[in-house]
Design a protein around this ligand. Sequence first.
Ligand SMILES: Nc1nc2c(ncn2[C@@H]2O[C@H](COP(=O)(O)OP(=O)(O)O)[C@@H](O)[C@H]2O)c(=O)[nH]1
Ligand SMILES: [Mg+2]
Length: 276
Amino acid sequence: MGNIRVIGPRSSGKTTYLAALAYQPEQTKRGGRAKNYTIQALNDETRELAAKAENIIVEGDSLEPTGLQYRTIDELPFYSFNIDVNFILGKREGINLAIRDYPGEIFDELELGLANSLYQEFIDECLMKDVVGCLILLTEWKKGTDKSYSRVLERFTELMDSHDRANDLRLAVAMSKCERGELWPGRLDPEVDLFDVHLPKTKATLRAKIPAKNLRFYAISTFGVLRRNDPRPNRVDEMGTDGRNSVLREARRWKPYGMIAPLYWLSTGKRMKDDA
Ligand SMILES: Nc1nc2c(ncn2[C@@H]2O[C@H](COP(=O)(O)OP(=O)(O)O)[C@@H](O)[C@H]2O)c(=O)[nH]1
Ligand SMILES: [Mg+2]
């Protein structure tokens, strides 16, 4: 069982990403595009998320922000998936994923060094020995963000160290919402074209602290673009909001980018095509 944690600041797209994973079986049933993987929900919470996913992704019903209504770690949503990856020549490989959706506030607390009990539980759970890796979703690059992300992740690496995980926890660091025009061309080599360019300090901090074999950079877009040769984002921004709220534009053409590759690598240490 590959236990994986997903962390990232508020509104980085964590819940939408998990909802999209949960929704894949339904989408395939409805004649969605063929994929080289199949996903199965393994627990009730994941099935409930799948039922809500269409509203979240297509209608823009936000799940109430994963947030401070939770008092203990056990109240946080916990999802469990089986993903079968189909390789050419009929080879298949199954991965089991157990993922918890943590509130983004935890990310702020890492930066501020606060120490409430939820935060402590989170750190302990995230860095438990049976966790194989963390998917870290980052999303902004406006001025100052690189500094703040790098402080948070520096702190995270110190905690990895004090929990004796400095050398055996994989980190997949992803730029989310990468269908955004500025980012989309950089998805092919995200380490160089997204992280070196937009978040160089963050990357340097991680490179300095994490063994190379345990660190990879990814680009993810849960929404994707309209077509292979049409890089317009498959997304509309909802009116009257701060511009951070988006929904899918053409559900029929929905093709997420890069959702599976980081999970596969986190879980097995092996690489697959990055666009999966
Ligand atoms: N442009 C774009 N927006 C996204 C994507 N994934 C999620 N969002 C939007 O980002 C906002 C925050 O997403 P949410 O999943 O609630 O973030 P969380 O706080 O990290 O759980 C919502 O308005 C989503 O519709 C994506 O791939 N592209
Ligand atoms: Mg959330």
